[in-house]
Design a protein around this ligand. Structure first.
Ligand SMILES: O=C(O)CCC(=O)C(=O)O
Ligand SMILES: [Fe+2]
Length: 290
């Protein structure tokens, strides 16, 4: 048995009126295949180009190790020169990913290669973020702390994305006081005997190729797997739904502080307790017995 996933609808390009009416208002995901073909980035952005303009930069790298209480919030697991990292991406499958790398701060000249597309939403200009990954590396299922609307644009390779709306939370083995699900679930091929509540979840999937944009509505869960080495840029617009906005404020100011405090006092016991609660609460809510 497999996860219940629908293909995300795809269009070639879309007007802002159409986007707002049919995707933003109902909060439904969308792949936009050919909207950025007039950007310089469409023809320029590949590993060779990044190597030329940022090869000397030191970059923070993350692998797929589980959360450890010793690691600070989003603290990198290794560092490397960008040119060495690109070499590694090309030569072998590597787990190392770059996550949330602020391009404007790190390589301002990349700004000249892209526009802020007009889909009728006000995009946050200071926060275009880059993500890189090697073949078969993945970013665990999570949602972003600010529950923003995200436009995720892929370059160079091919990437698989799996999404869930927040209304699926009961089935996802969500870790309390955090933004992730159980890290030992392989969402690209989950063991549904071990994680039976997932059978009730209804989600979305797509594969992104070079130049394609994935629209993720507010607070959507996302799991991303790099089918080939590649990189992506995310642009974001503030959550508009007041409930999501207040959850964003709660996450940033209360949830994160609470989690950090508990890690300091209880250490690994806190992490273990949360992981166990994820299963207990999910099975209780869904009435699953194992
Ligand atoms: O591409 C990735 O590795 C993760 C992307 C992501 O989490 C995001 O765009 O918010
Ligand atoms: Fe994310």
């Amino acid at each position: 048995m497999k996860l219940n996933l629908k293909d995300i609808p795809r269009v070639e390009t879309i007007s802002k009126e159409d986007f707002i009416r049919n995707h933003f208002k109902p909060q439904k995901p969308l792949v936009i295949e050919r909207q950025i073909e007039d950007w310089p980035a469409y023809s320029k952005w590949n590993f060779d180009y990044i190597n030329v303009i940022a090869g000397e930069k030191e970059v923070p790298l993350y692998d797929d190790r589980p959360v450890d209480y010793n690691d600070g919030f989003n603290e990198p697991h290794a560092r490397m020169k960008m040119s060495d990292y690109i070499e590694l991406l090309r030569s072998e499958p590597t787990r190392y990913r770059i996550f949330l790398w602020n391009i404007l701060k790190e390589i301002p000249e990349l700004q000249n290669d892209f526009l802020y597309p007009d889909f009728g939403l006000r995009l946050m200009k200071g926060l275009p973020m880059l993500f890189f990954g090697g073949e078969d590396s993945y970013t665990f299922m999570h949602y972003d702390i600010d529950l923003a609307n995200i436009f995720h644009i892929h370059f160079e390779g091919k990437k698989q994305c799996i999404l869930f709306d927040q209304d699926q939370n009961d089935y996802l083995y969500k870790i309390p006081h955090s933004l992730i699900t159980r890290e030992d679930i392989d969402f690209s091929n989950p063991d549904l005997d071990k994680w039976p509540a997932l059978k009730q979840a209804e989600g979305w999937t797509c594969e992104l190729d070079h130049g394609q944009i994935l629209y993720m509505p507010e607070g959507y869960w996302h799991y991303m797997r790099y089918l080939t080495p590649g990189f992506s840029m995310s642009l974001r617009a503030l959550a508009r739904n007041p409930k999501n906005l207040s959850r964003a404020v709660y996450n940033v100011f209360i949830m994160r502080t609470l989690d950090n405090t508990m890690r300091r006092f209880k250490g690994q016991d806190w992490i273990d307790w949360k992981n166990e609660q994820a299963i207990l609460r999910t099975h209780k809510r869904t009435g699953v017995n194992v």
